[in-house]
Design a protein around this ligand. Structure first.
Ligand SMILES: C[S@@+](CC[C@H](N)C(=O)[O-])C[C@H]1O[C@@H](n2cnc3c(N)ncnc32)[C@H](O)[C@@H]1O
Length: 292
């Protein structure tokens, strides 16, 4: 199976062997200062470079690397060690059981955002606006699970919308998602069943305390929510009030410390509505739900 591959001969003369096993040992050692999951990440990067599954890597530890594979692997290891998030190196991440393409122009979808998708699915909406779609993970997951739903997905970032459109095509739902470069839901008139959003909600005061890999590598437009992290959420409440039908709902991902402040803003914007804050799987405040 591997006979046609040219083994590494000259790019790393200090090495005695250039097999998968040696590459994984070296990768794990190199990444150990940067991450607690060094061995696993080395496997993911080597699988990406070789086009093999992780299972195949482990089944063929004696397989030699080609010179080209070795160079590309070392490059990825160096970038990972310097703090580049793993999904930006492989260009892939799993969200809600689906594989998404990601580039440094989009936020890496987070597991806690799956709670937002679950809450949205529970409402079985037929018309949805996903505000700040980024990679398109929320819009695409909803479209896959709600085969009759029509979805509008907005973002200020044209580059993000290109990634989102790629993901919609990959999952066969592009015909039911309309991507719009827009501020919040501004081009839409409604009425829609659901407005869903994972907006930028990091408080600008807390920017410096974010992990370096987030601060330096993920798009600031996707994260920075201004003073208290509430700048976008506050404006989103107004837009949602304009486009939601009576009986419709707004679901917004929020920061763990924002529950009381966001609930107060929502009650002021929707005095007649039911306003609730739901926790994520770790028990932290995570989702604002407003039902009109
Ligand atoms: C936290 S990211 C969420 C991305 C994706 N929905 C997810 O959950 O992974 C927020 C997204 O909102 C976009 N955004 C920021 N301000 C916006 C605005 N005023 N109108 C529309 N999109 C905005 C950013 O470009 C970014 O893609």
């Amino acid at each position: 199976m591997f006979q046609n591959r040219q083994p590494l001969l000259h790019t790393n003369p200090s090495r005695g062997e250039e097999t998968i096993a040696a590459a994984l040992r070296e990768g794990a050692a190199l990444l150990a200062p940067a991450t607690e999951t060094a061995r696993l990440e080395a496997e993911v990067l080597l699988a990406h470079v070789t086009g093999l599954t992780r299972t195949a890597l482990l089944a063929h530890p004696e397989r030699p690397l080609t010179a080209d594979e070795w160079v590309r692997y070392r490059d990825l290891l160096a970038r990972r060690r310097a703090g580049v998030p793993l999904p930006y190196l492989t260009g892939r991440v799993e969200f809600f059981g689906l594989e998404f393409v990601v580039t440094p122009e989009v936020l890496i979808p987070r597991p806690e955002t799956e709670t937002l998708v679950e809450r949205a699915l529970a409402r079985d909406p037929q018309t949805v606006v996903d505000v700040g779609t980024g990679s398109g993970c929320v819009a695409v997951a909803l479209a896959v699970r709600l085969p009759r739903a029509r979805i509008y997905a907005t973002d200020l970032s044209r580059a993000a919308l290109r990634v989102a459109a790629t993901n919609a095509h990959r999952h066969g739902v592009a015909d039911r998602i309309r991507f719009l470069q827009a501020d919040l839901a501004s081009p839409l008139k409604g009425p829609v069943d659901l407005v869903v959003s994972n907006p930028p909600y990091v408080a600008e005061e807390e920017w410096a305390s974010l992990p370096m890999s987030v601060r330096e590598h993920e798009p600031r437009l996707a994260l920075d929510g201004g003073p208290g992290g509430l700048r976008v959420i506050r404006r989103l409440l107004g837009d949602a009030a304009r486009v939601l039908r009576p009986g419709g709902a707004l679901l917004v991902e929020i920061g763990a410390a924002q529950g009381p402040a966001v609930a107060a803003l929502a009650r002021a914007a929707f005095p007649e509505a039911q306003v609730r804050i739901h926790p994520d799987l770790a028990g932290r405040d995570r989702i604002l739900e407003v039902v009109l």
